[in-house]
Every structure is written in C-alpha cells, then in structure tokens.
Design a protein around this ligand. Sequence first.
Ligand code: 1CP
Length: 344
Amino acid sequence: MAKKLVSVLRGTPSWPPPLWLMRQAGRYLPEYRALRARAGDFITLCTTPDLAVEATLQPVRRFGMDGAILFSDILILPWALGYGLRFAEGEGPVLPRLQPEDIARLDLDRLEPALAPVQEAIARLRVGLDGDAALIGFAGAPFTVACYMIEGGGSKDHARTRAMAYRQPRDFEHLLAVLTEATITSLSLQIAAGAEAVMLFDSWAGVLSPSLFRRFVANPAARIKAALGERFPEIPVIGFPRLAGGLLGVYAEISGVDAVGMDTATDPALTAALVAAPVALQGNLDPVALLAGGAAMTAEVARILGALRGRAHVFNLGHGILPETPPAHVAELIALVRGAGEAA
Ligand code: 1CP
C-alpha cells in the first residue's frame, strides 16, 4: 500500500491530512546547529552522505512528520554543473554573475558523478527511514535557479534576470533549456535512488509577467513532469510556483503536476476552485504564525483545514520555517493537525 503522503499527492484525500514542513531541517533545531558546526561548510553538509542523512532524519526523529525531505539545496545543481558556489557566513549563497558565454560551459556530463553523494544519501535514507514517512526529493525550478545564477545570489527584484529575459530572449531560453535538462537528470537520479515524491521549488515565479510566467515557469515544469512521468509514472511531482497567485490554475493545467504548493499569501478555498481535482494542494500556514504559536496559530490551522476538507491536501507551511521558531511550536502544530482528525 502506498504511504499516506504519496497517496494524497496522487489525489486521494485523507483526514487528517499528512504533514511535513518546508525547511523542516535547519537552524531552528539545536541538533542541526551542532551538525552544521561539525560539517563546517554548508556544501560539505549537503555532499557528505552521512551528514546529509543525519540532517534529513533529525526533524522526523524529533517530530514524526509524514514526509522526510532530502537535505540538500536547490543550488547544488549549478554547483554540480561546474558553476561556482559558496555560502558566505550570514549572507546566503554567492555565485558568479552569469554572462551569456557561461551557458556553453555548463557541463551536463558532470552531473551524474557530481551528484553521486546525493544518490548515496537517498539510498541510505530509504533504509534508515522507518514507519510511514515518505522520502521527498527536490530541485529548484529552472527559472529560480537561473535567478540565482544571473543575480549572483539572492535579490529583491530580480531585475537583471528579467532584463535578460526581455533583452536576450534566445540566451535566456537556452539557459532555461539547459537547466530543464539538468533538473530532469537530477530528479531522475533521485527517484532511481529511492525518492518517493519530488518537489520543484520555483521560489521567484511570482516576479514574472503572466506571459513570461507561462513560458519560463509553466512550460519548463510541463517538460519536467512529462519526462519524469514517462520514466516514473507512479512518482508524484509537486510544483511550487511561489507568489503565482491567480495563475496557479494556469500553472496546474499547463504543467500537469500532481500537486500544487500554496504560498502564505494564497487563499486555500479560492485555489481549490482554481485548481481542478484530483490535483492535490499543499500548504500553507504562515511560517510567522508558527513562530508566534498559541491561539493565532490554532485559528489559522483551523481555517486552512476547513477550507480544504474533502480535497487531497498535504498540510505544510506557505514558505520555509524561520530559524527563530521554537521547536515546541512545531510539536504543537503537529498535534493540532493530527488532533483535528481525532475530533472529527
Ligand atoms: O547556514 C545554513 O545552515 C544554511 C541554511 C540553508 C538550509 C538549511 C540553506 C542555504 N539551504 C538549506 C536547506 C534547504 N534549502 C532545503 C533542505 C530541506 C528542508 O526543507 O528541510 C531545501 C528544500 C532548500 C531549498 C531552497 N534553497 C530554496 C527553495 C525554497 C525557498 O526557501 O524558497 C531556495 C530559494 C534556496 C536557496 C538558499 N539556500 C540557502 C539559503 C539561505 C537560500 C536563500 C537565499 C536567498 O534568496 O535569500
């Protein structure tokens, strides 16, 4: 029998909904901070199987989520393509600012050997994960990965990226095509190693105009879903085009993904009308409500559960857990969601 998380992602509702949390591994956990200090460098943490396995299991061991997301980062893909990457202390990721001539140097042949430690971590996780928790693999969507490469790191408005899309559409199209192929390879390797579902994080999808959104967010997702679906028809794909708002329905239709992630600003009831069943919905408690805890969190959880009752729904946050979040609030949240099932 399929694990609960996987069966809901494939479109079968379950009550109470299965739950996992974006960025469930990370700095809010003292055991993660200790592991991170032991690894020294963030890339070492992601590419040393023992360490990546431990980071993946820490939150599941402590809280018993229904999903374990592989500990890695969306920027491991450009790194594996031979593109420079470092994580500056307190600054986040730093990459070279992409010039059009860099695109030809992205080396798809490097991917498989460079991603071998990730494969190894997944294979070990399938043995080490007990119970009903499903292993989730992931990648950054091509557009969001391109944002980090073109901006050279994080950005507020992604103006360089959007300027390239308008001024040098052929180069931009070519970059996204290379990243789309690389993403298909990376996710295929993860599934072959044992990932039971995969998620495509398009964190900056919401900065695009509707026409560019169709071209550079929805179309690459469609290509990725089609390629994975041919090889692995049983493996659900979750698409998360963050801040896509009213375009979520268009995204679901064009991409053909099995589940759509809702960010914090998305209304679950409106989205349920926009995205046709059996496509599952995932989300979307405000990470700040989790940080705050108490009555405000309880009310928000009830509102989300009520809006999506009867629908295939995976409970999650609307974005990643904040580092200042008290771990006790995470335990409280899980009890609330599971308790909803007992009360009904
Ligand atoms: O110093 C540290 O310990 C590093 C902090 C950290 C962590 C814990 C980074 C750097 N990445 C991660 C892990 C990570 N990143 C996971 C692991 C699994 C889990 O969810 O528990 C995942 C799925 C990601 C995905 C990711 N990385 C996204 C997509 C989701 C999102 O948050 O929008 C993005 C945009 C990144 C880039 C990135 N990596 C790290 C940081 C600080 C950032 C954001 C940079 C920025 O734009 O400000």
